[in-house]
Design a protein around this ligand. Structure first.
Ligand code: OAD
Length: 243
């Protein structure tokens, strides 16, 4: 299936737009997978909101503590690694991710735009001050040293705006690079879902990798059905053989 892709010649810059699916083979459940165990009765959309935190800060905090513990144990997979390795051969490799797990950086990617924050960080819900103490053993959110407000995980929740600088950079990259590869995202959560359309409008080819069809599939230049850890190494190899 890769041999049919007509890559732009002399690729100098690539942006990978990634979602939860790229970390699935590392053992991080995607958002739209069924939740397991203790958290099976909640949907992420019910927990990952400012309203949920205001109403039940302990429950939301404990859900993030569970996710943090899970993420601390996992490692990058062949998909993350293939992207990072590309940096040795292509001058400008950018990763724009909706993931908060830091696995792209662990794999060695040096330019990662984090659209939804990072799960290991914390800041104050009220005043926004960063909270730097270790919170790994806490069952309830600590309070802010500056204002006494509750401390929350450093991720973007449903209904919140994305960090402005990250979004601006993502739009710029998606409008300028030679090739965009969209991996492991359901392409339904905005504004990330709109990013490939900036590329398509600019005439930049968009390759999608996902085991299932998404709202992007029809518009993508090429859509590859498969898992990130299996398809990405082959795609990267094909890109390199074009150079
Ligand atoms: P989703 O959970 O919505 O979608 C995961 C996507 O990955 C689906 O399209 C799956 O088909 C695909 N997938 C599953 N396994 C895969 C694999 N091994 N290789 C490649 N793809 C695979 O995750 P996101 O699209 O990242 O936002 O979700 C976007 C945002 O919605 C998240 O960042 C989060 C969420 O709610 C916030 O928390 C604000």
């Amino acid at each position: 299936m890769l041999e049919n892709i007509d890559f732009p010649t002399k690729i100098q810059s690539i942006a990978f737009l990634t979602g939860a699916g790229i970390s699935a083979e590392s053992g991080v459940p995607t958002f739209r997978d069924a939740q397991t165990g203790l958290w099976a009765k909640y949907r992420p959309e019910e927990l990952a909101t400012p309203g949920a935190f205001q109403l039940q800060p302990g429950v939301v905090w404990q859900w993030y503590q569970w996710r943090r513990e899970l993420i601390a144990k996992v490692s990058p997979n062949a998909g993350h690694q293939a992207i990072a390795q590309l940096e040795q051969r292509v001058p400008n490799v950018h990763v724009i991710t909706q993931n908060v797990d830091g696995l792209h950086q662990d794999a060695g990617s040096t330019d990662v735009v984090e659209l939804h924050g990072r799960i290991t960080r914390n800041f104050c819900f009220d005043c926004g001050e960063d909270y730097l103490d270790d919170t790994s053993s806490l069952e309830h959110p600590p309070t802010c040293k500056a204002c006494g407000g509750l401390v929350r995980p450093g991720v973007v929740w449903f209904g919140e705006s994305l960090p402005e600088a990250a979004l601006e950079r993502a739009i710029k990259l998606c409008s300028e690079v030679d090739l965009v590869v969209v991996v492991g995202t359901s392409s339904i959560v905005q504004p990330a879902a709109s990013l490939p359309f900036y590329s398509l409008r600019a005439g930049i080819p968009v390759v999608e990798i996902n085991p299932t069809e998404t709202p992007l599939t029809e518009s993508a230049t090429v859509s590859l059905r498969g898992n990130a850890a299996e398809v990405l190494p082959g795609l990267v190899k094909s890109i390199l053989s074009e150079k």
